[in-house]
Design a protein around this ligand. Structure first.
Ligand code: BGC
Length: 755
């Protein structure tokens, strides 16, 4: 195996192997404990678990989040709840507890095998008393059966003879940074099985988790017999001989009241009938193989990019709810506490294209979540005095707004957060995602039953939100926050106004289609949403007259009214820095300056890519990119900048933005990976590869590619599902071969590269 050392981080040996499927750590570094917990996060679309160690450490940040398990909390209203840790497995060798911070580590390797969806760890440990033992841990959250999780630990003594014991337990009181959410209903152990039945304190959601401990070979069982306890645990002991390997397996089942009325009984019943570890593993691997068949990206000539891209896709897949359309993917996936597990535009705009074009069933679930929560959006609109549906900037189980209004500042002051009130572009982001899902999949049924209602009712909201400005003879959208959150309470944000223009135009096209294709549905919606003919005329008028300040000669767009009058700043003068510009200058001062947290006008030019020619894009790029806090602004920015840099043929610059996004978690580029995976960035990474370097554009005949491969990339290979057919892209530096899998010969198309 060939190892490549990581160039950018010191004292760290995060290594990658030459086949491009493994993330490998070869040194246990307590200073990086939390960062690596994020890196080694696993999951199966039902739950996600940070990569803490089986033996547990007092300063670890252990967390398991299950989709949809929210509980009430002060300030943030509701948060995704940290669930009981299923990883605990403690080994005692002759009375000495195995732990990495005692004794001596003679060999260490932890590996995330992304192809198989497995985390494993090999350790040769010399105990404080001088015994040498080899451990091989392996864990997975089954992708084949979302309620089953498994751990295997192989223990090989080198020189020790005596008693080894293995203990498992459930902590009934996991918390979210000190906030308690669980009350134990029941718990116990019997015959090497433990169980815990808990309920969230306020939302009254129930969870049943059970585990059994199995040992291969001769052993003496000293485990507890039937014992009811609020801290369920059991152990097994065996006599260990030098050079002998004992294999211990822990199989876990978990259910919640979201799936069954009897989660505890169901978990125990499932545990009783669960097949062997190796059968479970085989099914899990087969499920991963299927996922990768459609979602993998092959990059040749740049192993670091290859690993990093797969890593981002892996983390998205483990967080994506395949069996549930009432939940969505939070900004930290299911791997961290920030943002409380709320749902943002991160999913609709950044993650969905990957899902729509490679896992359409998952995309459908994520969008259906938006339809299930439309009543919350209607309540929000009504409370604010508007019509239709106004989606929550931060949404949870019901779709009601859950953005905290006040958060504590660094000096104990309270800071007013306006996003929940006025970061209104979210409603159009949702409509945009629904529209593109429909466009790319041709799923008319979904559009008829769910998407149309979303797009039309949010259009109705805009009709009530815009204001007529008689002096300018235009419609205004006042008092908003655009994507660049460094500037709040602004008027006529170009991104918002032009996306709303697109939204209203699309709603009109959709309505025409619906009336023709599904007259019954259109008649029902007409009554339900009160869609009279005058309304459609009004939408057309608003779309025509939304105000935007754009220089007709240069094409430069003003981000919002008054932006050009703000103080201009040379960001280079603040380098080097390790903080965001807002962190350095403060909220108020940054608000007064032309400093962007993330692309805003440029985000618009990306989302409506076909509406802007290269010259306009270049003009706006030259203005806004130097004014953007690329290093510590929003992690949502770099991938988008990478794509736009490709569009203007700046492939080298594109590559550096791209790697910043691709390595944000693996190499902790922004020094906050410890808090959890950057999900939107991960989705952006897929878009940067496919739409940026791959140069994929959608045509009425399907996707075509005009690649801009970075230096060194000799091959870029991926597939896209367009309206139920797979398109294979196998791109090299010089030309593209793009073909449909069926009728390969006749349909082969060659596209000349622009790079
Ligand atoms: C960004 C938003 C993003 C949110 C969650 C904020 O810092 O500005 O665009 O939706 O984080 O990732």
């Amino acid at each position: 195996m060939v190892y490549l050392s990581n160039q950018t981080t010191q004292n760290e040996q995060q290594l990658v192997d030459s086949d491009g499927w493994n993330v490998i750590e070869t040194e246990f570094n307590p200073a990086q404990l939390h960062h690596k917990e994020t890196v080694f996060t696993t999951g199966n679309g039902y739950l996600g678990t940070r990569g803490t160690f089986e033996e547990g450490y007092s300063n670890e940040l252990s967390a398991t989040f299950i989709h949809g398990i929210y509980d009430d909390v002060a300030i943030a209203t509701t948060e995704l709840v940290n669930c009981p840790n299923w990883l605990t497995l403690v080994v005692n060798v002759g009375g000495e507890r195995f732990r990495l911070d005692a004794g001596e580590i003679m060999y260490y390797e932890r590996r995330l095998d992304m192809r198989l969806g497995i985390v494993n760890r090999e350790v040769r440990w010399r105990s404080p008393k001088g015994h040498t033992i080899d451990f091989h841990f392996e864990r997975f959250a089954s992708l084949a059966d979302r309620h089953v999780l498994a751990i295997r630990c192989q223990i090989t003594s080198q020189d020790f003879e005596g008693e080894v014991s293995v203990e498992i337990e459930f902590d009934p009181n996991p918390h979210n940074h000190g906030v308690k959410h669980w009350k134990t209903l029941d718990g116990g152990s019997a015959d090497n099985t433990i169980w815990l039945h808990s309920q969230t304190l306020h939302s009254k959601m129930q969870l049943g988790i059970a585990a059994k401990l199995l040992v291969e070979g001769n052993f003496e069982d000293k485990g507890d017999k039937v014992e009811l306890s609020s801290h369920p645990h059991t152990s097994i002991s065996f006599h260990c001989l030098p050079k002998q390997t004992v294999t211990v397996e822990k199989i876990i089942t978990v259910f919640t009241s979201r799936e069954t009325e009897t989660p505890m009984t169901t978990a125990l019943n499932r545990l009783a009938e669960v097949p062997s570890y190796s059968t479970l593993l085989a099914a899990h691997i087969a499920a991963w193989e299927k996922v990768w068949q459609d979602s993998d990206i092959v990059i040749e000539g740049d192993i670091k990019a290859q690993i990093a891209v797969r890593y981002n896709l892996f983390q998205l897949i483990v967080a994506a709810p395949l069996h549930d359309d009432r939940v969505s993917i939070p900004p930290k996936t299911l791997s961290g506490f920030p943002y409380s597990g709320h749902i943002f535009w991160d999913t609709d705009i950044f993650i969905l294209p990957f899902m729509t074009l490679t896992q359409p069933a998952l995309a459908r679930n994520l969008l259906t979540y938006r339809h299930h929560t439309i009543e919350g959006a209607r309540r929000k609109a009504k409370e604010a005095g508007y019509a239709g549906a106004m989606y929550a900037w931060e949404s949870a189980a019901t779709g009601d707004e859950v953005t905290p209004r006040w958060v504590p500042g660094l000096n104990g002051e309270s800071i007013r957060i306006w996003c929940g009130d006025i970061e209104v572009h979210i409603s159009t982001d949702v409509a945009y995602a629904a529209w593109h899902y429909w466009l790319y999949t041709g799923d008319d049924e979904w559009m008829r039953d769910r998407g149309a209602e979303i797009i039309l009712d949010t259009a109705k909201f805009w009709e009530s939100r815009v204001e007529w400005n008689p002096e300018r003879n235009s419609y205004d959208i006042r008092d908003v926050i655009g994507p660049d959150e460094n500037h709040d309470r602004v008027d006529n944000n170009a991104f918002t106004n032009l996306m709303v223009q697109w939204h209203l135009q699309s709603a009109l096209m959709l309505w025409d289609w619906l009336c023709q294709a599904y007259p019954d549905t259109s008649a029902q919606l007409k009554t339900k949403l009160n869609l009279e003919a005058e309304r459609f005329e009004k939408w057309a008028l608003i779309a025509n007259k939304l105000y935007v300040n754009q220089d007709p000669n240069t094409g430069l767009m003003e981000q919002f009214e008054g932006f050009f009058q703000l103080e201009d700043v040379n960001l280079a003068e603040y380098e080097p820095r390790t903080k965001s510009m807002q962190g350095l200058l403060g909220i108020e001062a940054t608000n007064q300056k032309q400093i962007l947290k993330q692309p805003d006008v440029l985000m618009l030019m990306y989302l409506l890519r076909d509406r802007y020619d290269r010259k306009t894009l270049e003009t706006n790029w030259n203005y806004y990119s130097p004014r953007t806090d690329h290093s510590y602004g929003s992690s949502l920015g770099p991938a988008i900048h990478a794509i736009l840099a490709c569009d203007i043929n700046q492939t080298t610059e594109a590559y550096s933005h791209f790697m910043r996004a691709a390595l944000v978690d693996l190499e902790d580029v922004r020094c906050n990976a410890a808090e959890g995976v950057h999900a939107a960035s991960a989705g952006g990474v897929w878009q940067a590869v496919v739409f940026g370097f791959g140069g994929v554009r959608m045509t009425q005949f399907g996707p075509i590619a005009c690649p801009n491969l970075p230096q060194g990339w000799t091959r870029l290979k991926f597939r896209l599902n367009w309206r139920n057919e797979w398109y294979e892209f196998d791109l090299t530096g010089n030309h593209t071969v793009e073909k449909k899998t069926e009728q390969e010969e006749q349909e082969m198309v060659f596209v000349e590269a622009v790079a």
